[in-house]
Write a protein that binds this ligand. Structure first.
Ligand SMILES: O=C(O)[C@H](O)[C@@H](O)[C@H](O)[C@H](O)CO
Ligand SMILES: [Zn+2]
Length: 299
């Protein structure tokens, strides 16, 4: 019965594609190439990708209420003016650490930018453990640290009623939930809602759909999985033609299409020749569910 269709839309391979975000105003998909150090914008109209090079690993991008974008760059939160190709630092985190960088980030329904850090990888998923922390950049540009001891800070999103925050520390192989206070941005009562199965490999980026179900990209698992956070059950698996699927978001008309980023770092020649689309961005249609528009940073 499935009419699920998968197409590689942005073919110029990323080293680590990440943080896909639909920009409705531009009618385009934003994403980053972390180790490739660029912020990319793909237009479905032209089929072309524009890229802005930056001077450090860029791990997430988010919309900004005042226009343009905010990014996590190295250990900094920064502003990005697209037309001017101008990056300006907002604030720095992990000042007591020498070898960390930001990883995934996303804006909450009240306009706060959540993003976590991790140690620089020696190779994919190999790194000094417990070096990361989870932070929030508030609209007044102040920063709060929620907790530390994170291995690879990754996917994040909020429940439809905004009372739960979902979070992935990749090397825990778990998708976790916290109680969320939208008024204050505080989190608490952490628990696991899903443990990945062996062939699903490493949980990476994540997004929620309009039925309140979570979609998790499985790094080295070559798939996205749909989870019911209420029952802890996996509802659906969609396999992609690349192993290193890194993150997912909904976009396009009415947010009815899913976009999935992927990576090529850590693949040898033979692996790359079997998966020539590694590092590409994929569009999935026919899922029969829609996504929630991204929230812009309110600062
Ligand atoms: O994309 C990310 O989130 C990390 O920056 C990547 O390096 C991989 O996900 C990681 O290697 C797998 O755990
Ligand atoms: Zn990630």
């Amino acid at each position: 019965m499935s009419s699920v269709r998968i197409e590689c839309v942005a073919k110029e391979g990323c080293r680590i594609g990440e943080s896909p975000v639909w920009d409705e105003k531009e009618g385009a998909l934003l994403y980053v190439d972390i180790t490739g150090r660029k912020v990319c914008r793909w237009s479905p109209v032209t089929g072309q990708t524009q890229a802005i090079p930056v001077d450090a690993p860029v791990s997430s991008v988010a919309l900004r209420q005042s226009g343009d974008y905010v990014i996590t760059l190295g250990t900094r939160f920064a502003a990005l003016k697209w037309k001017e190709q101008l990056v300006t630092s907002i604030t720095q985190v992990d000042k007591d650490k020498v070898n960390t960088r930001f990883n995934d980030g996303k804006v909450d329904p009240a306009g706060r930018y959540f993003a976590g850090t991790m140690a620089e990888e020696i190779r994919p998923a190999v790194l000094e453990r417990h070096q990361g922390s989870l932070y929030t950049l508030f609209p007044d540009l102040s920063v709060v640290k929620h907790f530390d001891q994170v291995d690879i800070s990754n996917g994040l999103d909020w429940s439809l009623d905004h009372r739960t925050f979902f979070y992935i520390d990749s090397l825990s192989y778990s998708v976790d939930a916290f109680d969320y206070d939208l008024q204050t941005g505080k989190i608490g009562n952490r628990r696991s809602i899903y443990k990945l199965e062996k062939e699903e490999s490493i949980p990476d980026g994540m997004c929620i759909d309009t039925e309140g179900k979570l979609w998790v990209a499985c790094y080295d698992g070559g798939r996205v999985i749909r989870l019911d956070p209420e029952t802890g059950k996996r509802l659906q698996t969609v396999k992609l033609p690349v192993d290193k699927t890194t993150s997912c978001c909904f976009g396009g008309k009415d947010y009815s299409e899913m976009y999935v980023t992927s990576a090529s770092d850590g693949m040898d020649k033979e692996w790359l020749s079997r998966q020539p689309q590694a590092g590409g961005v994929f569009k999935i249609t026919g899922l029969g569910v829609k996504g929630v528009p991204p929230y812009p940073f309110a600062g």
